[in-house]
Design a protein around this ligand. Structure first.
Ligand SMILES: [Cu+2]
Length: 500
């Protein structure tokens, strides 16, 4: 708690006057209000002029030999251009956004990783918590792979110049999901995200024919503030909340995406902001939700707008079925345009499918029928304790809370939020079936407690709770669960999940 004044302390605790301060700014599941713009910025609110032509993130270069796929990832210091400004960032392969890795269920992905971040440079050095910013690692968010050895092992860490070969066996990973990769080195995660290592998409190709023929786009939403050619300095307050004043999709401010009249496009959307809660909507259009964090659904769910907490993903179909013109895909929480959608080209008449043949959704439907009364019940409480984040009172790295779960079982976890802020709870390795949500946005609760989807990240509303059915399948080893406001994780809101 070095140098923390009373207001910051109250903010850490989520109490007192700080509650209003925090909730007014990007506070998440709440109803969008004009107040959310306060301090939140956005890229000029609703008045941002349309930018350049929409670009998908680049594809990673892969070499394939049978089911063995290899690629190279290297975090490095590199320059990019954001909204006309040159910015020096930390970027995977020098690319912003980071390259998309597309693989298939059953593949083995080998990532040849080298930490090319410079030691002791202006964007590295030691951060305010005392961690070395040039040390990093790699997490494959959302993948059902081993958390141990050379796989999704977030306890590994790499100094500048270190190389490592990660190997992910995707034989137990079903198709049809978009995860993302990002650093997971405790104490530096939020700041490394902020400085550009906010992930690239990890696509596992579909196992269903109904969604194969649509034009597809990936939308990675991030935010940033820039000063002196760098992302603004990450201060102690930023561990609690940090909203960038520029909001981007794939590193672009309000790009223009063309759609043919009558066309259906598939958009795979990720909130990769460190703190910003989004409520996304396409003006005058219904979006059809076909996939959530970890899997495709069995049928499209029509939605007008949807809360997207940090690290949540949605897979939606949109149909250009309105009067030809220009429509804004926007964040209703901050009244910020994300993408300008422009009708152009020849009339066509694509259809939204009525069902999706998703084996995973069928399995989740069975899980929803399970009698959970005899399952082990686990309760976890998220809170702030003396300016640090905690789970069941344990601050990660000090008196870490450890949950031991037998593999091959199912557990019911209830996550309580004892603070005045939203916390997106994320568990590694296995997605969960959401059974109930107490508090927050009723539409969000209704959606995620009814769809046949697996969630690896779920928002736990202020003073509310989430109950979920957690399959503990296939993989032993230590991994973690934590708040995905990554600054909260850095100050301790993380626990160890010991799978035995
Ligand atoms: Cu949190």
């Amino acid at each position: 708690m070095r140098g923390v004044n009373r207001r910051q302390f109250l903010a850490y605790m989520g109490i007192g006057t700080a509650v209003g301060l925090i909730n007014a700014c990007g506070g998440g599941s709440g109803i969008p209000t004009a107040g959310m713009m306060t301090g939140g910025g956005g890229s000029g609110g609703g008045t941002t002029t349309p930018g350049a032509t929409f670009q998908d993130p680049p594809l990673a270069q892969l070499t394939r030999n049978g089911n063995l796929v290899e690629t190279t990832l290297s975090p490095m210091r590199a320059q990019t251009t954001i909204n006309g400004q040159t910015v020096t960032m930390m970027l995977y392969n020098g690319s912003y956004p980071a390259p998309t890795i597309r693989v298939k269920s059953g593949d083995i992905l080998r990532v040849n990783f080298t930490n090319n971040l410079p030691a002791n440079a202006d964007i590295t050095g030691t951060n305010v918590l005392g961690y070395d910013m040039s040390v990093t690692n790699l997490h494959t968010h959302g993948w059902h792979v081993s958390p141990s050895g050379n796989a999704d092992n977030i306890f590994l860490h790499f100094n500048p110049g270190d190389s490592h070969t990660f190997e992910y066996d995707l034989s137990k990973q079903w198709g049809g999901m978009m995860g993302f990769y990002h650093p997971h080195n405790h104490g530096t995660v939020g700041e490394q995200f902020w400085r550009g290592l906010a992930g690239g998409a990890l696509i596992v190709e579909d196992d269903t024919p109904e969604l194969q023929n649509y034009e597809e786009h990936i939308m990675i939403i991030t935010d940033i503030s820039i000063a002196n050619g760098l992302p603004t300095e990450w201060t102690r307050q930023d561990y609690m909340r940090n909203l960038g004043d520029i909001v981007m999709v794939n590193g672009q401010v309000n790009p223009v995406l063309n759609i043919q009249p009558g066309q259906v496009q598939r958009w795979r959307i990720l909130n990769a902001c460190v703190y910003r809660y989004l409520r996304v909507s396409l003006q005058n259009h219904t979006m059809y939700l076909v996939g959530v964090d970890d899997n495709l659904l069995d049928q499209p769910v029509p939605i007008n707008d949807i809360l997207l907490a940090p690290a949540e993903r949605i897979d939606v179909l949109v149909k250009a079925d309105q009067t030809p013109g220009t429509y804004t895909f926007e964040d209703l929480n901050s009244n910020t345009p994300l993408v300008t959608v422009e009708y152009s080209g020849a009339q066509t008449n694509d259809q939204i499918p009525t069902t999706i043949n998703s084996a995973t959704a069928n399995w989740v439907a069975q899980l929803r029928q399970m009698d959970t009364s005899n399952l082990r019940q686990v309760s976890m409480t998220l809170s702030f304790v003396r300016g640090q984040g905690a789970i069941n009172g344990g601050v990660f790295g000090q008196n870490t809370y450890i949950l031991e779960s037998p593999v091959g079982t199912y557990e019911v976890w209830t996550i309580f939020n004892r603070s005045g802020m939203d916390h997106p709870f994320h568990q590694h390795v296995d997605g969960a079936v959401i059974l109930s949500i107490n508090g927050g946005d009723p539409a969000y609760a209704q959606l995620y407690t009814s769809v046949n989807g697996l969630k690896d990240t779920i928002n736990v509303p202020p003073m509310g709770s989430v109950t979920m059915l957690v399959p503990v399948l296939d993989y032993t080893g230590d991994t973690v669960f934590h708040c995905h406001i990554l600054g909260h994780e850095d100050i301790g809101m993380m626990g160890i999940w010991r799978r035995v």
